[in-house]
Write a protein that binds this ligand. Structure first.
Ligand SMILES: [Zn+2]
Length: 417
């Protein structure tokens, strides 16, 4: 059995039965019964790989493999072990299980680096338990506050749920790590997109996590009879919204540096009122989601999209408002670490340039405090994820394993220079 086969088998094992809250699908929110069942099994595997294991105040499971000297700063591998409802068994879990195999190899070879190696299995990335995501990586980076503790989910507040699990809710912030504890943060994760499959490449380094802007656009016109209101006299909110959506697509497609910079724009929800087939639409509300690898690129695109919306509104005699609800900064990976990861990826026949991650990850949080980098592993079947069909190929996981081992080697050499 190759390492890749073993890692894939382990992820599949943790994807059903007592490791899920539901019999017919995988669903494992933070602090659920199945969540702790997964932690127990991961603990066994970490022990077997020569690690000391503990949980922190946020319920993160942390394995530690000491360096040549004890108490040295650590290179931290991490990803999440919670899932969405009806999720797949590789999102998050692959990065944790793969890292255990890397440490297992070091332990078998009795090899230690001048730095320690830690694996953090983050508890909450998806936000499946409470209406906010990445609580547990934010606890590690020192970004949680009393508002997080007061959030309410199906099990009560965060604070009460933690207390019910024997964790002291008051002390969520005790999970924070001092700056000097962590030398580098590395997250291996399935791509959750179609790019690597389309390029026929197993791996890619990731240079940044996209900055996101999400909002709601409302277009107001005048309702009217579909038969009696002449075309020239109409203020059709739906035709205006349609033009806005096509305008968004045109701007994003043509934006200078957009394709390389990971610029994407999406309207995924449209509400038309009054919504009758024989009534000219009076009001349309649609969602707007614009992302790019760099905040500056995203903001430049947002500005142009807004200007386009204002112009078409004036032309059509409509009223338009744009309300922004979410502004996530995204994160830049550390250029020297990206370079090291890119080298390791190249040696495995991976993509010859780093990607932008359009999806959010724990790395987004960790990179705000520590030098960080990600490794993407090809997602077959068109990149499907957050779905039971989510999968990986054994040989890609083997390649990822070798890439992480060589990344550690080169990181060690770079520390000496
Ligand atoms: Zn994930």
């Amino acid at each position: 059995m190759t390492i890749g086969e073993q890692v894939v088998e382990r992820c599949r094992t943790l994807g059903s039965g007592r490791y899920s809250e539901r019999e017919d699908q995988l669903f494992r929110p933070w602090l659920s019964r199945s969540f702790f069942a997964v932690q127990a099994t991961l603990t066994e595997w970490m022990f077997a790989a020569g690690m000391q294991v503990r949980t922190d105040a946020a319920g993160n499971l942390i394995g530690r493999y000491e360096g040549t000297e004890p108490n040295q700063p650590a290179v931290v591998f991490g990803s999440h072990i919670d899932t969405v409802a009806n999720g797949g068994c590789f999102d998050g879990m692959l990065g944790v299980v793969l890292a255990i195999s890397v440490v297992e190899r070091l332990d078998l070879d009795k090899k230690r680096y001048p730095f320690a190696i830690e694996i953090i299995a983050f508890g909450d990335e998806e936000g499946s338990a409470f209406p906010v995501s990445m609580i547990t990586s934010r606890a590690v980076s020192g970004e949680v506050n009393s508002e997080d503790l007061a959030l309410i989910g199906p099990t009560g507040t965060v604070q009460n749920t933690l207390a019910g699990c024997g964790l002291d809710g008051e002390e969520l912030s005790a999970a924070e790590r001092p700056q000097g504890d962590i030398l580098a943060f590395v997250e291996a994760h399935i791509e959750q997109g179609p790019v690597l499959e389309a390029c026929n490449k197993p791996l890619a380094a990731v240079q940044s996590i996209a900055a996101q802007r999400r909002g709601t656009v409302t277009v107001k016109g005048c309702a009217g009879h579909a038969g009696t209101l002449p075309m020239a006299m109409r203020k059709d909110a739906l035709a205006g919204a349609a033009e806005a959506i096509i305008g968004l697509e045109r701007i994003v497609n043509a934006f200078p540096g957009g394709a390389e910079g990971g610029l994407v724009g999406t309207v995924g929800r449209l509400v038309v009122s009054p919504g009758g087939s024989n009534v000219v639409a009076e009001r349309v509300e649609f969602s707007l989601d614009i992302r790019a690898g760099k905040k500056s690129l995203r903001d430049a695109a947002v500005e142009e999209v807004e200007a386009e919306f204002v112009a078409l509104t004036a032309r059509r005699g409509l009223e338009l408002t744009c309300e922004w609800q979410q502004d996530l900064e995204g994160a830049q990976c550390s250029p020297p670490l990206v370079e090291l990861m890119q080298e390791a990826v190249r040696d495995e026949g991976g993509l010859n340039k780093p990607l932008v991650s359009g999806a959010g990850h724990d790395t987004m949080v960790m990179a705000r405090r520590w030098p960080s980098v990600m490794l993407f592993i090809r997602s077959p079947r068109g990149g499907i994820s957050h779905h039971p069909d989510e999968t990986v190929m054994n040989e890609d996981v083997d390649a990822a394993y070798r890439a992480l081992c060589s990344f550690l080697e080169h990181l060690n050499l770079s520390q000496k220079n």
